[in-house]
Design a binder for this molecule. Sequence first.
Ligand SMILES: Cc1cc2nc3c(=O)[nH]c(=O)nc-3n(C[C@H](O)[C@H](O)[C@H](O)COP(=O)(O)OP(=O)(O)OC[C@H]3O[C@@H](n4cnc5c(N)ncnc54)[C@H](O)[C@@H]3O)c2cc1C
Length: 266
Amino acid sequence: MTLHIVVCVKQVPDWDIPPSSFKVDEAAKKVVPPAGVAPVPSQFDAIAVEAAMRIKDATGDARVTIMSLGAATARDVIKHGLAMGGDEGVLLVDDAFNSLDSNGTATVLSTAIKKLGDVDLVLTGRQAVDWDLGVTGTLIAEMVGAPVITFAKAVTVADGKVTVQRVLPDAFETVEAPLPAVVTVSNELGEPRYPKLQQIMAAAKKQVNTWGAGDLGLDAGALAPKLTLERLFVPVTDTKVEIMEGDTPEDQATALAKKLHDAKLI
Ligand SMILES: Cc1cc2nc3c(=O)[nH]c(=O)nc-3n(C[C@H](O)[C@H](O)[C@H](O)COP(=O)(O)OP(=O)(O)OC[C@H]3O[C@@H](n4cnc5c(N)ncnc54)[C@H](O)[C@@H]3O)c2cc1C
């Protein structure tokens, strides 16, 4: 039977540009990316698509759905996943989805996964590279009632089970779970494949279904945030620089040692 894999891909501001080019609008509690920089798939999510493609290559019988929740522009990250080898896309877009916290995000994604109906494996990134909360994958697992395995560096599927090599701080471990299951994918899995021009053109013809809150039967109550963003700000660092006087490096070092001694630091 064909294995059905869903990969959740978030569209984020380009994570390759320097953090200093972002502004924080404290009043609106929003991060403002620089103008003219196209958003991209979150880094770990492209790696999750790569994990799905490796399973598809190995089993020879898998269907991969690329799912994204966001603005209409999130269609681009779905198309990227389709160019990598995905079969179809689901774009979740609605004004009601504009200010979701993690619980709301996972509610929309898990409801869409349940609506697809025949999903064997859900892959997410270990964390989204913008907000870095790292909770959406585990929340989805709870909401669809499936086991979850986090921080995967290798994912294989056989005999109705998923086997995952997990990344630990100083080791790896191998665990398995029955399907359906949710796996969050880490960067140790390796580089995502780069789509060729022919694949990019073929992706343009692949189907992307667009669902809103009404299609998923979700109302404002189900999406009400459980967290409140109290304040968003850039921390102010207060750094003082003092140049050690002295004619020679030895004099400067002596002055520095005296200063540290007087401050009772040495
Ligand atoms: C209190 C609070 C207020 C917030 N306010 C805003 C706000 O005003 N504006 C704003 O833009 N964000 C806001 N956020 C962030 C937004 O809610 C987060 O994007 C969301 O909670 C998911 O967390 P995360 O992005 O860190 O994803 P993680 O939990 O780190 O994501 C893990 C994985 O889940 C999947 N995933 C996550 N999000 C999506 C998605 N949208 N589509 C597909 N897959 C996904 C990806 O595979 C990803 O790698 C707020 C968050 C909090 C906690």
